[in-house]
Write a protein that binds this ligand. Sequence first.
Ligand code: SAH
Length: 273
Amino acid sequence: MIFPNGFKPKKSLGQSFLISDKIADRLVNALEIQSADNVLEIGAGLGILTTRLCRRARNVYAIEIDKRLVPILQDKTKDFRNIEIINEDILKLDWQKFGKLKIIGNIPYNLSTEILLKLLECINVWDIAVLTAQRELTYKLLALPGKSGYCATTVLFDFYTERKRLWPIPASSFRPSPNITSISVQIKKRPSPLFTDIGFDIFSEVVRASFKQPRKTIANNLSLFLNIEKTRILQLTKLDLNRRAETFSTIEFCQLTKDFMKIIQIFDETYKI
Ligand code: SAH
């Protein structure tokens, strides 16, 4: 494929551009855009999704780190007034300033983990996201306990969101084509978090500590990383903490967090003057 203005893709930026109009239509449809919605696009590239977004959304914020792509994107979107092309690193950008968002992106391989963390961090600003990425990333979002890919991120996303696998996208739909099949996932924020009686911060701390060394049992991880004696941890709950975190369901982590909060209260009372 010949790129505009003699453009040469950079592998280091994960530049692999979608070339299928049909798939671009389907991805944009999956974002369920209403005319009042604003959309943030992660890595706009050559703009195959961007023009479609402009036709549907109120405002489109197309984020692209590679400044060589900016004039190409400007040219592609010259007929639209509702586009802002922002030449910045998506991870450094302040997402809060845009108000409520829908988020779409064909995510570069090397950024995917950080982008998931950013999505969690900015959970208050978006309600739906459609991500296309390598299989491993989507497994992280979709895995069930005990299955490949199940990790702290899976559990943390489950607290706030429901995830749906959309379609595999063959490598041949991208140029230059990567050597992997990508998968698209729709992530929808739940109307209210899965548990309303525990805070996300403490839940997140318990989940992350439990997964810290995945080969260790939860009891060992919690003891090590929260600096509480193991015997105390085992007394804390009826749950079997001699299991590994990868076997624990979100509901079990919720129960564990509640039991864990008791011990924090006891600590607080002990140290109360
Ligand atoms: N959405 C386009 C491009 C996908 S390739 C398409 O589907 O064709 C990924 C894009 O992300 C590239 O254009 C790359 O330059 C951009 N990118 C890579 N790292 C980025 C970062 N940190 N912030 C913003 N954009 C980034």
